[in-house]
Write a new protein. Structure first.
Length: 202
C-alpha cells in the first residue's frame, strides 16, 4: 500500500472518496476532524493483535499508529472507544490534551466531526479527564443505567470542563483515549475526552 495516498492536504473530510479509502485499507470505518487542530485522520477498526498501535493506515510500520475504534456491533452504535497516540510532533491525539489542560479550548471546540461511509456525525464533547494507567477503565462507558449514573458522577468531578449538557445512558457515546502521553505537556497519565452523538445526517 502507498502511505502517501492518505494525506491531510489531499483529502477533504466533507467529501471523502470511500471507494479509494477502502482500497487503501478495508479496515477504515470513519474519518475524524477537530477544527483548529491537526486532527484530521481516518479511523480503523481495532484488531485484537494490536497491529494498529505501530502500523499506519497504509500498513507501514509507524510509531504514530492509527486512530483505532473499539466497539461491538456497529461503529458509533451505542458505545465506541477511539484510541490514538499523543505524539511529541503534535500529531495524532496530542491535541485532545487541550480539552483538559487549556481553559477556553472547549468553548471553541465543543463539536467533533466524524464521517462514516453512510452518515456524518456531530459529536458533542461534555467531559475531559486525565487518569493514570490503573484508572483507564473509566474510559469505558457503562451500559447499565445505575452504574452509568455513578460513573457519570465520578467523571464530572474529575473533568476540567464545566458544561450543562451531558448524556443519558441511552445516548450513543464515544470516548477518545490518548496513549503514550506526550512528555512535553504536563500530564498525570492518559487524557480521555467523552462525547455523545448530538445529531447525524445522511
Amino acid at each position: 500500500m502507498n502511505s502517501s495516498i492518505i494525506n491531510n492536504d489531499m483529502i477533504n473530510y466533507k467529501n471523502l472518496d470511500w471507494k479509494l479509502l477502502k482500497s487503501i485499507n478495508p479496515d477504515i470505518v470513519g474519518w475524524m476532524h477537530v477544527t483548529s487542530t491537526p486532527i484530521d485522520y481516518p479511523i480503523v477498526k481495532s484488531r485484537s493483535d494490536g497491529y494498529y498501535y505501530n502500523h499506519n493506515v497504509s500498513g507501514d510500520e509507524s510509531a504514530h499508529g492509527c486512530l483505532q475504534a473499539v466497539y461491538e456491533n456497529d461503529f458509533l452504535n451505542y458505545r465506541t472507544n477511539i484510541i490514538g497516540h499523543a505524539m511529541k510532533d503534535g500529531s495524532m491525539f496530542v491535541s485532545l490534551h487541550k480539552y483538559y489542560y487549556i481553559p477556553g479550548f472547549f468553548e471553541d471546540n465543543k463539536i467533533i466531526d466524524i464521517v462514516t461511509q453512510d452518515k456524518s456525525y456531530k459529536v458533542k464533547v461534555w467531559a475531559a479527564i486525565s487518569v493514570t494507567n490503573d484508572k483507564l477503565s473509566l474510559g469505558y462507558i457503562p451500559t447499565d443505567p445505575k452504574l452509568f449514573d455513578r460513573w457519570k458522577s465520578v467523571i464530572k468531578k474529575l473533568s476540567t470542563i464545566s458544561d450543562n449538557s451531558e448524556p443519558s445512558c441511552l445516548d450513543s457515546q464515544v470516548s477518545f483515549i490518548t496513549c503514550r502521553p506526550c512528555k512535553s505537556i504536563p500530564s498525570d497519565g492518559v487524557v480521555i475526552v467523552f462525547c455523545y452523538l448530538e445529531k447525524w445526517k445522511i
